[in-house]
Design a protein. Structure first.
Length: 258
């Protein structure tokens, strides 16, 4: 059924996909809609960023690694000449210092490394002291492994509140959520259903003139082995530029780390 819906949607919205406009954000992460103007002014205080500055941009992001399949993902991306953003944890699906070689390889290959907290904690449930631990502990590992600390971070589950946003803004983090959710964790056995999320999201687009940030997980083997090739083919067919989150925001690499 989902494949049929995908084909119908793809056939009927070709024009709107070509426009590459704005997507209605998902409510669970709907702290604030970030407009093109607020992105260009670096006005991060309004809430998490979900969109790119240009409509033809598509920023592929991967959460919860490094993991068993991250090297396989990097192999394919390098073969395709595609750069992505990896929002990594310290001690969640695996322990980051057991995968130092993967982190270094991703960084040296030009992929963007972002923070996803130390243990994938929901920041809205934590005190400021505990938020500080989640961010600083992971920053220490990044500094040890790649010599820098990421500026961009993604809150687990996309969840932030006033306390966590105030902390993150005060400490210079740029908070990144998404405008398209692949739901790959939900559709582990049906990657075409995940790809259909792209069609459905683009069908709901308005004329905002902004590109998209998409969430995936490199902890899921079907995402790495089946979904990613489909997504890259889809993006190229539709004329998207595949970019990192930093590029999506118009930033040079010198702005990604500190």
């Amino acid at each position: 059924m989902l494949l049929t819906v995908s084909k119908i949607v793809a056939a009927t919205i070709a024009v709107s996909i070509a426009v590459q406009a704005s997507v209605v954000p998902r409510k669970e992460a709907d702290v604030a809609n970030v407009t093109g103007a607020s992105i260009r002014k670096n006005n991060w205080e309004g809430g998490p960023i979900r969109r790119c500055i240009d409509p033809d941009m598509l920023a592929l992001t991967f959460d919860d690694g490094p993991f068993l399949y991250t090297s396989e993902l990097l192999d394919y991306l390098d073969d395709q000449g595609v750069k992505v953003t990896l929002f990594m944890n310290g001690d969640s699906a695996s322990y980051i210092e057991d995968h130092e070689d993967i982190v270094r390889r991703a960084y040296r290959s030009g992929h963007q490394i972002g923070s996803h907290t130390w243990s994938h904690a929901d920041l809205t449930t934590l005190s400021e002291a505990d938020i500080d631990y989640q961010m600083v502990r992971l920053d220490e590992s990044f500094k040890k492994i790649i010599g820098v600390r990421p500026v961009h971070m993604r809150p687990p589950y996309g969840n932030v509140n006033e306390r966590s946003m105030n902390y993150l803004n005060r400490h210079g983090y740029k908070v990144i959520n998404w405008s398209i959710d692949s739901n790959d964790w939900r559709y582990r056995d049906n990657v075409h259903a995940s790809l259909n999320e792209y069609y459905v999201a683009l069908a709901r687009s308005d004329a905002g003139g902004l590109g998209h940030i998409v969430i995936h997980h490199d902890t899921i083997p079907s995402t790495v082995r089946k979904l990613v090739p489909l997504v890259i083919d889809f993006a190229r067919e539709k004329g998207f530029r595949l970019v990192t989150v930093g590029e999506c925001l118009g930033e040079s690499q010198s702005k990604w780390y500190r």
